[in-house]
Design a protein around this ligand. Structure first.
Ligand SMILES: Cc1cc2nc3c(=O)[nH]c(=O)nc-3n(C[C@H](O)[C@H](O)[C@H](O)COP(=O)(O)OP(=O)(O)OC[C@H]3O[C@@H](n4cnc5c(N)ncnc54)[C@H](O)[C@@H]3O)c2cc1C
Length: 219
């Protein structure tokens, strides 16, 4: 549960940085098994996300003032049904999708969403695969994946905010508008808690020199 809550916060931060203010409410389609043999896993996940959204996001004012909501779509654990549920979610206006149980369903989503986004560049859909945190959930020390994620996500956030400022022009630069603060804060991402240069150094050592790292503190 703790890691799912952390994932939810990452969603919230990501969506806020992507300019969630264009939506009256931030809605995420949760496409996972809600019936059949794996229904208990899917339902537990949906309950965890809903609770995290309520306690950690909505009760603290939401994402830039907007409520975060997770809505369940039952894929019955099948890649084919996943595509049907994705279409239903898109038809209902969902632009954010999450899934985490079954690589078949994940591949099906990636394929369908890539095709949708190529055909609909003005209505793109973003897929968050929450199974990406599975190894961390199992207690593994995922330094390579975490370094990649930190390097990429802080760069994307920084670039997104930079583009938003350019679009708003002078208003975005003024302290009276929230974007000025977002711009300043987004610069911390590639600097704080391991700069981008250090992330690249860690990744180079691991990938090229085959070096491995142990946690500084055990347990
Ligand atoms: C607002 C804010 C809040 C912070 N909060 C915390 C906190 O709560 N906890 C905490 O522990 N720390 C915190 N920090 C510190 C943060 O972790 C450090 O700023 C960060 O690790 C970078 O270290 P530095 O500032 O000493 O930069 P330096 O190490 O002096 O680096 C300066 C520049 O040189 C580059 N550089 C340095 N070494 C190399 C190298 N070997 N190869 C290539 N390039 C290199 C860096 O990438 C960077 O671009 C905070 C910093 C800020 C600004």
């Amino acid at each position: 549960m703790k890691h799912r809550i952390v994932s939810s916060l990452a969603f919230a931060a990501g969506i806020a940085l992507m300019g969630g203010s264009a939506f009256a409410q931030v809605k995420i389609a949760y496409i996972d098994p809600l019936s059949g043999p794996f229904a208990n896993v899917g339902e537990a996940g949906l309950k965890g996300f809903k609770e995290a959204a309520e306690i950690l996001v909505n009760q603290k004012g939401g994402i830039m003032g907007q409520k975060l909501e997770f809505v369940g779509f039952d894929n019955k654990g099948s890649p084919q049904e996943t595509q049907i549920q994705l279409k239903a979610a898109i038809d209902q206006g969902f632009r954010f999708v999450t899934q985490g149980n079954g690589s078949g369903a994940a591949h099906s989503l990636i394929d369908a969403i890539n095709k949708w986004n190529a055909r609909n560049p003005d209505k793109t859909v973003l897929f968050f695969n929450y199974a990406a945190v599975d190894r961390l959930n199992r207690g593994e020390y995922v330094v390579k994946e975490a370094s990649m994620a930190k390097l990429k996500s802080t760069k994307v956030a920084d670039e997104a905010i930079y583009s938003c400022l350019q679009m708003l022009g002078g208003y975005g630069y003024m302290e009276e508008y929230p974007l000025a603060r977002l711009l300043r804060d987004s610069r911390l991402g590639p600097i704080g808690g391991g700069t981008s240069e250090i992330m690249r150094e860690i990744l180079s050592k691991m990938i090229i020199d085959k070096r491995s790292y142990e946690p500084a503190v055990k347990g």
